[in-house]
Design a protein around this ligand. Structure first.
Ligand code: ADP
Ligand code: MG
Length: 408
């Protein structure tokens, strides 16, 4: 059996016309001899009647804090609705299809409601249906705990569902269908001449995705990478070949070193972060203070980013919506923090960045010429990050994209 996982995002299933295009991609896979396992997201985006955000908004404000377990029950409905509609579309075309919830598909998660981790996949049910010649449609973004509680997988969770099923079923490919023609050198919504990347490594896309390129969820890439299952990012609405995500091994048939000529792969951005500054210079026991700051954040489940610990003080960023909570905790601990809300993190990602002289010089040059002030910077062997004011974010992405000659 040649299993092919095909995942369709929210915009791909948002109208009858689009669902017909989705059905055409699935029929094509059947014609080519594949047994398709189709993962669907909820229909549409925020504001649309059955989109995940619409469900969340229905409950917002009723209680001070929405009950997490029940919110997952609510949110899991979006993918089920979408799955029923798509399965009906397929049946109407004479195709034999069945819809499974995440739980019915054997996706077992931990009990971290709202952001659950897949711990195991039991593919028996899916395999039985595939063997009976059925197309299996699976509601994405959801699973079930060992004791039967419905969970959801967090933002981008349908990508994770697709990857986990791909690995569990030893799929030939995991095809992620979306509204762009592949992974591009930057978000095409803000960079006009962004270029499609034909082939990228798991590593490169993982870094880009972690830095905000939301075309695929980084966790999905990590899962597929464990078993070397190729991922293809394709467009539902065209026949473009898309982007192949693979590893560097020559036996994959894509050449030996596909990134050898590439210093930078792309530019990504994460908006809506707050920079928090905690002066520690006047605190006698500075070592103890540093410990207290990060322990305080950890105990409150606030994940910090862009950390810089210096003799003068500690700098880090948190998502905007957690900033108030973070500042309060620090004040209660006796610190005197200040915050800069409305920042954005812009990242230059490239497997070849390490050790190449002049990359930082080019970056600073480009941003200075564009009049963008750098609030903070950091680098690793694959990424250089800068923190800028939100108003400068688009300008910064465009300037860096141009400077690193990433466009068409
Ligand atoms: P889906 O609903 O299909 O999962 P998403 O909205 O999650 O779709 O992801 C697709 C979007 O990702 C595109 O519309 C595009 O604006 C955005 N995007 C951000 N960075 C990139 C990038 N580097 N390449 C391609 N798309 C990107
Ligand atoms: Mg997505």
């Amino acid at each position: 059996m040649r299993v092919l996982v095909q995942k369709f995002g929210g915009t791909s299933v948002s109208s009858a016309e689009r669902r017909a295009q989705v059905a055409a991609k699935i029929s094509e896979a059947v014609r080519e001899g594949y047994s398709p396992v189709v993962v669907v997201s909820a229909i549409g985006r925020s504001g649309d009647p059955y989109a995940t955000d619409t469900f969340i908004n229905m409950v917002k404000g009723i209680a001070v804090e929405s009950p997490k377990r029940e919110m997952d029950l609510l949110m899991s409905c979006g993918e089920i609705i979408s799955g029923v509609v798509l399965t009906s579309t397929l049946k109407d075309l004479g195709l034999d299809a069945v819809l499974l919830t995440g739980g019915q598909a054997g996706i077992i998660t931990n009990n971290c409601f709202g952001d659950a981790r897949i711990i195991r996949v039991e593919p028996k049910n899916i395999l039985n249906h595939l063997e009976a010649g059925r197309i299996v449609v699976v509601a994405g973004f959801q699973g079930v705990t060992e004791d039967g509680q419905i969970t959801t997988l967090g933002r981008g969770g349908s990508d994770t569902t697709a990857a986990a099923l791909g690995v569990a079923l030893d799929a030939e490919d995991i095809d992620i269908y979306t509204d762009v023609e592949g992974i591009m050198t930057a978000d095409p919504r803000i960079v006009e001449d962004a270029r499609i990347l034909d082939v990228v490594t798991y590593n490169e896309i993982c870094h880009l995705a972690h830095q905000g390129a939301k075309v695929i969820h980084p966790r999905a890439v990590e899962i597929a990478m464990q078993r070397n299952i190729p991922i293809r990012i394709k467009c539902t609405f065209s026949d473009a070949p898309g982007t192949l995500v693979t590893c560097l091994q020559p036996d994959m048939g894509v050449g030996t070193d596909i990134t050898g000529d590439r210093t930078t792969t792309g530019i990504a951005y994460t908006p809506n972060v707050t920079q928090i500054q905690v002066p520690t210079v006047d605190i006698p026991d500075q070592l103890q203070a540093n410990k207290q700051i990060f322990k305080g954040m950890a105990l409150a489940d606030i994940s910090v980013d862009f950390i810089s610990v210096q003799p003068e003080g500690v700098l880090f960023t948190v998502p905007d919506d957690l900033a108030e909570k973070a500042v309060k905790i620090l004040e209660n601990l006796g610190f005197n923090p200040s915050s800069v809300p409305g920042c954005a993190k812009v990242s230059v990602v490239g497997a070849g960045i390490a050790g190449v002289p002049g990359v930082m010089a080019d970056l600073v040059h480009a941003l200075s010429d564009a009049g963008v002030r750098i609030l903070q910077s950091a680098d690793s062997h694959t990424t250089i990050w800068v923190l800028v004011n939100k108003e400068d974010m688009i300008l910064a992405v465009q300037a860096l994209h141009k400077k690193f000659l990433l466009g068409t």
